[in-house]
Write a protein that binds this ligand. Structure first.
Ligand code: FAD
Length: 570
């Protein structure tokens, strides 16, 4: 008799674990228990089903019959695991259609119950109010929109699911209002990098209300749902979607006495084993190590869930696989704009007490400028000031964002530095990229800073800066708009007009995108001036102003001399 493995939860993590187990162990008896009516479906595709882009049937990746026939995995849908008797290694299961309860013995138990949408106490159930987690949720929401001929929707929460749903509700022909309590969309991101998304949402006719904190739901007189804010504003619609984030589903684990930790997830080791040696847990329900900060984190993402399912299967079969942690690589599309990120944001680094980093901005075109259709990518790269290790990146643009972020994500996974990005040999022909790709460019700017070829100034500190602001763009560009008090000397005239500049004051050079200011800063520093360049040029400043904030990061710690020598020698 082979080992008996019970898996609770039959979607991303649970299904990945079941399939891997079967590949490793033909003799195992594997039972997949799923509370809902569907297993192995593409929950990441649900917003696109609601938008009418993907058919319901196409969301079902592997159906129960195929699990049985091809994998010899017994799938029991509408069966809920309700209690674990760890001492006897028995799982109590309820058959939902009949209410009958029974016990199943296990040698190994895998918990993959996922995460539940956050639903605060004010979010009372009302007709027309939805959350989105399962296929059943999405079927109900789409049916509601179609049957009521819905015209207006209110989405509460501007995270990834909120934004994807805004796009798909607009695709269904609805007028959409997006409410977000923070001062930016994608609240997990650094604010300035979200500015293009906000712009695009508004350009597409979405009413976006930031710093708008919903405190209650109520029905209107004609029975439609309405969201009320603390300061007395009301937003009604035919449908309200709560997209307020998720929290790990840990009831079963908690009641079984398994260790649950600070952030509310199940504690697991690198082999996804819980505090009980016979129980594994994977996916949205667990806490994992953050690849950059080393702290525990929640990472509610499909890729990590599937990999963890695989690691748990390996561990059950005695293989030494380990889950190395999550770097939270994410991507989201909104009306043709793509926003992608990997690793830590500045905000996360500061929260983790890491201040020894630098952030740069570049705004290259996604392929050669002369080839038709070149689109700009806004990219932020965060790296360690000590050794150039890449700590995180965020990018937004219409084209080519996913490819750049995937390259950087892989570089981070290999603990690469900005010097590796500088040297990366990436594919190039004019319609795909540039001989100096966006990734190379970001690496070069960062490496220039570490080699001290480029001293960066801080856009965030601009309002309080005592430095002379020097704009080196051309006359026509300057006349179109410039920073208050900026002195203007076009780059081409700089060498002949050095006598106009002070030697007793720092000079902060800027241009449109950061390239000419770098050239100018090189000229100035080689002529004995104290010059710094503002990274990413005035385009970065525009993003910061659009985000409505210019937060001051902590004062950077002074850099020990030995660091500079190391770089000079390497
Ligand atoms: P799930 O896939 O949620 O599966 C958990 C299952 O366990 C559920 O079906 C649940 O019914 C079942 N269950 C729970 N408790 C029990 C019990 N006691 N007994 C039996 N069954 C139980 N991630 C990305 O990386 N990219 C995306 O684009 C993306 N888009 C998303 C869009 C939407 C709308 C949603 C909801 C999520 C999206 N995600 C995305 C997140 C991703 O889907 C999850 O991170 C991933 O599915 C987590 O896998 P999991 O196995 O932990 O949980």
């Amino acid at each position: 008799m082979g080992r008996r493995v019970l898996i609770v939860g039959g979607v991303a993590g649970g299904a990945a674990c079941a399939a891997r187990l079967r590949r490793l162990d033909e003799s195992a008896s594997i039972i997949l228990l799923e509370r809902g009516p569907h297993v192995s479906y593409a929950n990441c595709g649900l917003p696109y089903y609601i938008g009418g882009l993907v058919e319901e049937q196409r969301l079902l990746v592997v159906r129960p019959e195929l699990w049985r026939r091809q994998f010899h995995v017994e799938v029991r849908t509408e069966h809920e695991a309700v209690a674990v008797d760890r001492a006897r290694r028995r799982l109590r299961v309820r058959e939902l259609c009949s209410g009958r309860e029974y016990e199943e013995a296990y040698d190994a138990l895998v918990l993959a119950p996922g995460a539940a949408p956050v639903r605060p106490a004010w979010a009372i159930p009302l007709p027309g109010v939805f959350t989105l987690r399962t296929m059943a949720d999405s079927i109900a929401l789409r049916a509601w929109i179609l049957s009521r001929r819905a015209r207006r929707a209110v989405v509460i929460g501007a995270g990834y699911i909120g934004l994807e749903m805004v796009e798909n509700l607009v695709r269904c022909g609805l007028e959409v209002t997006l409410l977000e309590k923070e001062a930016q969309v994608l609240p997990a991101w650094d604010p300035e990098m979200t500015a293009p998304l906000l712009d695009e949402l508004r350009r597409r006719g979405v009413e976006v209300c930031l710093e708008t904190c919903v405190s209650g739901l109520e029905p209107t007189t004609d029975g439609r749902p309405c969201a009320r804010t603390a300061c007395g504003r009301s937003f009604d619609g035919d449908v309200i979607l709560l997209a307020l984030g998720v929290k790990p589903e840990v009831k079963l684990a908690r009641e079984a006495g398994l260790e649950i930790v600070e952030l509310g997830g199940i504690r697991v080791d690198e082999q996804m084993r819980t505090s009980d040696p016979h129980i594994w847990a994977v996916g949205d329900a667990v806490e994992v190590r953050d690849w950059v900060t080393g702290r525990w984190r929640l990472a509610a993402l499909a890729g990590p869930a599937a990999r963890q399912g695989r690691v748990a299967a390996d561990a059950i079969c005695g293989r030494p696989s380990r889950y190395r942690g999550s770097q939270a690589t994410t991507i989201c599309g909104v009306f043709g704009l793509t926003a992608a990120a990997t690793g830590a944001t500045e905000r996360e680094l500061r929260a983790a007490g890491i201040g020894d980093y630098e952030a740069i901005y570049v705004h290259p075109l996604h392929h050669a400028g002369y080839y038709p259709g070149a689109k700009r990518i806004h990219m932020k790269l965060i790296f360690s000031r000590r050794d150039g290790l890449i700590l995180g990146a965020q990018a937004v643009g219409q084209e080519g964002v996913d490819k750049r972020m995937d390259v950087i994500a892989m570089a981070m996974a290999k603990r690469a530095t900005v010097f590796d990005l500088e040297e990366a040999e990436l594919c190039y022909a004019p319609q795909y990229g540039s001989a100096r790709d966006a990734v190379n460019l970001a690496g070069m700017v960062a490496a220039n800073i570490l080699r001290r070829d480029l001293e960066p100034a801080s856009w965030q500190r601009l309002p309080a800066a005592e430095a002379l602001l020097l704009d080196v763009r051309d006359e026509a560009e300057f006349l179109q708009g410039h920073l208050e008090n900026a002195v203007h000397i076009p780059l081409a005239e700089l060498r002949g007009r050095l006598h106009e500049l002070p030697r007793d004051r720092e000079i902060w050079v800027h241009c449109a995108l950061g390239q000419r200011s770098y050239y100018a800063a090189r000229i100035l520093s080689q002529n004995g001036f104290r010059a710094r360049s503002l990274p990413g040029g005035l385009l970065t400043w525009t993003l910061m102003r659009q985000a409505g904030r210019t937060p001051l990061p902590p004062e950077p710690p002074s850099r020990p001399e030995s660091d500079h020598r190391d770089w000079a020698e390497s």
